[in-house]
Design a protein around this ligand. Structure first.
Ligand code: KIV
Length: 277
């Protein structure tokens, strides 16, 4: 990351101004090499708390800590030149009070260079979002299925069907009114996502929502076929890197056991090579 090239990165206001325009493209990233791969193609990159499940083998996002988000956020920042970076606030780092949220959001931005933080929750989090945005911390909100709340939501269910429809709409309205510059809509019916997108003035970023949202996000390891522990319906696979890696590792193991690796071209002779003329 260089100071001059990062000046080209969009700001939260630029992202907000894309409402109703060409869809915003986003993926998660947790490491420098993946950040370098996604950077040329994305408007913003999310250092998601999905890192806990995808890279650390945790059963949910609930065990993710501030230290983990700071470490992965700093690694991703080193791989970005043109995309904006958003870092997730982990479970327990913002719900207690707006003051706690400010302290931790400021730490995430200071230690990672993120342009914004993302936090989960609608109406109940509106005062916290208002507190942060009025103190120079841009907030991306996240409503619908909020994975940090799986224990109260009863699992990873679609949110906003039947009587819950009005609740998800009210959540989206509340975070928008509180000053969020965009909102992730996760696992909500497509017709509700379209209705929310038409009703609020900030960009909606869909994941398991609708092609009518103002942008889309996926977990990068899902779409590359690298994370295969489970596959949500919305996680379209654009590659099968997990299968390719399995084949490559099996071939390496076979060659080591057969002593065909390393071959002559991978080892060193006693004499230094002749200098090239
Ligand atoms: O943590 C994450 O990866 C997310 C996306 C699924 C939006 O919050």
């Amino acid at each position: 990351m260089s100071a001059t090239s990062r000046i080209k990165a969009p700001t939260p206001s630029d992202i907000m101004a894309r409402k109703g325009g060409t869809p915003l493209v986003s993926l998660t990233a947790y490491t420098t090499p993946i950040a370098q791969l996604v950077d040329p193609h994305c408007d913003f990159v999310l250092v998601g708390d999905s890192v806990g499940m995808v890279l650390h083998g945790l059963p949910s996002t609930l065990g993710v800590t501030m230290d983990m988000m700071c470490l992965h956020g700093a690694a991703v920042a080193r791989g970005l030149e043109r995309a904006m970076m958003v870092v997730d606030m982990p479970f327990g780092s913002y719900e207690e009070s707006p003051e706690q949220a400010f302290r931790n959001a400021a730490r995430l931005m200071r230690e990672t260079g993120a342009a914004a933080v993302k936090l989960e929750g609608g109406l109940a989090m509106a005062p916290t979002i208002q507190h942060l945005t009025s103190r120079s911390i841009p907030v991306m909100a996240h409503v619908g299925l909020t994975p940090q709340a799986i224990n109260t939501l009863g699992g990873y269910k679609v949110q906003g069907r039947g009587d819950d429809r009005a609740k998800v709409m009210a959540d989206a309205q509340a975070v928008s009114d509180a000053g969020a510059f965009s909102v992730v809509l996760e696992k909500v019916p497509a017709s509700l996502a379209d209705e929310i997108t038409a009703a609020i003035p900030i960009p909606t970023i869909g994941i398991g929502a609708s092609a009518g949202c103002d942008g889309q996000i996926l977990v990068v390891d899902d779409m590359l076929g690298l994370f295969t522990a489970f596959k949500p319906k919305f996680a379209k696979r654009y590659a099968t890197l997990g299968e390719d890696a399995d084949k490559a590792i099996a071939a390496y193991a076979d060659e080591v056991r057969a002593r065909s690796f390393p071959a002559a071209e991978h080892v060193f002779g006693d004499a230094a090579p002749e200098p090239k003329s």
